[in-house]
Write a protein of this length. Structure first.
Length: 165
């Protein structure tokens, strides 16, 4: 299912278990935030088709963290460069100038949150009604409050979390 956030940002969410995926059309580039689970792949491809976007037209993927429900469709975007906690500073300069990347450990040690204008893409750090789980082996529960404090001080109007329910 597709939810239009702004004229150039779309939230894709699915009947099958998956993270939300965000398509950002920016400077003639198609950017995805997360790629979702394999179970949601047919719905993802259908939604991209409805948005007149072919997998080959995705050039940048930004991963909020490495859980399977956020990364399993990376391989269907053959021309995309994938950015995550380890290489996020290598994003093209025109993108880095517009996106603020915030390290937000807690849900995982390498979680990131992205602020674009007044829109916060929070992955599994912050949801509409709570925070992400911190009981995984790779979680850092002691860091979650510090990460939430960073987000509390940001000026955003729209929250785009990694899951809607």
């Amino acid at each position: 299912m597709i939810n239009k956030i702004t004229p150039n940002i779309f939230q894709l969410y699915f009947k099958e278990f998956s993270s939300c995926i965000y398509l950002i059309k920016l400077n003639n580039q198609n950017i995805l935030i997360d790629t979702g689970s394999k179970k949601a792949r047919p719905e993802l491809l259908e939604d991209l088709s409805k948005l007149n976007t072919k997998p080959k037209e995705i050039k940048i993927i930004i991963l909020t963290h490495p859980h399977y429900d956020h990364i399993e469709n990376n391989n269907i975007f053959p021309d995309a460069k994938i950015y995550n906690f380890n290489n996020i500073n290598q994003l093209p300069q025109e993108i880095l100038k517009q996106f603020k990347i915030i390290q937000t450990p807690g849900h995982t040690k390498d979680s990131i949150t992205i602020l674009y204008k007044d829109i916060l893409f929070s992955g599994d750090t912050l949801f509409y009604n709570g925070i992400g789980r911190t009981d995984f082996p790779e979680s850092q529960p002691e860091k979650m409050q510090e990460s939430l404090n960073k987000l509390k001080n940001l000026n955003y109007k729209i929250l785009c979390p990694g899951h809607v329910s």
